[in-house]
Design a protein around this ligand. Structure first.
Ligand SMILES: Nc1ncnc2c1ncn2[C@@H]1O[C@H](COP(=O)(O)OP(=O)(O)OP(=O)(O)O)[C@@H](O)[C@H]1O
Length: 342
């Protein structure tokens, strides 16, 4: 591991890390109590103290009600926040806990609660403590699932969620540097055993990281790959914007209907066609992002129908009906599903 991966983060380095958000009126810091987010809170507090004017910082901890230690950890975060002169709120997830897909449900609830706290506190941004190691793991997880370019771009430094900007200032910073920062400042942090729980994919992948690093696949290289793919993805999105304008996808009379000329569509590159279909389906379908595999199957069916001169084709995908009628591809909202009980 290079030496700078072990060195505490200096005040100067932290100033650069947070510079993008210095004009925000207020910022929510998402602090679980683990080392990464405790370091985020400590670094942000030190950065803010060094400025005469700057954003109000609000530390927020979500207690998912899943581990008995969570309430105590939240109190520990509150105590440290007080020492750092930061307001702190603990929010509890009181929703139904599903038997399967618990981590995903907890994550969705967490972001909803954080976004609500941001809106209540007048904050425009939520800062999380995702590190370079998290980015490398995310890339690896998505590689194993055969994700497309957008998925392999992994986590963005800034994105929008529930009407608030979600920012990740530590995405290029290795976890080891955050630990070194806390050790130097003599700040304690919680150890979350679920981070090592082998019944979840991420901890199992995390356990493989040292062996991959031995082969040169360390978090620096993996995160670099993610950012290169993010660059390629952004370029492809710009091309898709142009193609969308070219096809004049949006039906001007009715914003919920989309249609495009099948021959002009067929002349575009496959990656762009997939993106255009995805955009149209996500807009009208309202069932969340459509899966790439299903999108590819749909495009294959459309391509075959166009090539065979088949006059009609109709498929439903992610709440949208995709039809080929008289040389035009239509993407419309699917009618509401009829309930089985009637
Ligand atoms: N209970 C929590 N309360 C507040 N913030 C949290 C909590 N859990 C996680 N976070 C924030 O999210 C960051 C990422 O945490 P973690 O890697 O455990 O999340 P995850 O479940 O893998 O979700 P993600 O998809 O966001 O990575 C933390 O560094 C912290 O900023």
């Amino acid at each position: 591991m290079p030496d700078d991966d072990q060195s505490p983060i200096s005040a100067q380095q932290a100033k650069r890390l947070f510079a993008d958000w210095k004009a925000a009126p207020a910022i929510v810091l998402a602090v679980s109590g683990g080392p990464d987010s405790i370091a985020l809170m400590w670094l942000a507090a030190r950065w803010r103290r060094a400025m005469t004017r700057g954003p109000r910082l609000i530390a927020v901890t979500v207690d998912h009600g899943l581990r008995s230690e969570a309430a105590r950890e939240a109190r520990d975060v509150k105590r440290l926040a007080k020492d750092l002169d930061l307001p702190h709120r603990t929010l509890r997830w009181t929703g139904v806990k599903p038997k399967t897909g618990l981590p995903a449900a907890a994550r969705a609830a967490r972001y909803r609660l954080l976004a609500k706290a941001a809106r209540t506190g007048g904050a425009t941004h939520i800062l999380t403590a995702h590190t370079r190691d998290d980015q490398a793991e995310t890339l690896l997880m998505r590689m194993l699932r055969g994700s497309g370019i957008a998925g392999l771009a992994a986590m963005a430094r800034e994105s929008e969620r529930d009407g608030v900007q979600l920012a990740r200032p530590l995405l290029d910073i290795p976890k080891s540097q955050l630990i070194a920062t806390l050790n130097r400042a003599k700040i304690a942090y919680a150890d979350d055993p679920s981070n090592r729980d082998a019944s979840y994919t991420r901890p199992r992948l995390r356990a493989l990281m040292p062996a991959l690093a031995e082969e040169g696949g360390d978090s620096r290289n993996l995160a670099r790959l993610a950012s290169r793919l993010a660059r390629a993805n952004a370029a492809l999105e710009v091309l898709a914007d142009g193609a969308e304008r070219y096809l004049a996808l949006r039906d001007r009379n009715d914003a919920s209907r989309f249609g495009f000329d099948a021959t002009a569509f067929a002349g575009l590159a496959e990656e762009i066609r997939l993106r255009l279909l995805k955009r149209a389906i996500d807009r009208v379908g309202h069932e969340g992002p459509v899966e790439l595999g299903k999108l590819e199957a749909l495009l294959g069916a459309l391509d075959r129908a166009i090539a065979d001169g088949q006059p009609r084709l109709k498929q439903t995908l992610a709440g949208a009906v995709i039809g080929l009628v008289q040389g035009r591809i239509h993407v419309d909202p699917a009618p509401p599903r009829r309930s089985r009980t009637g």
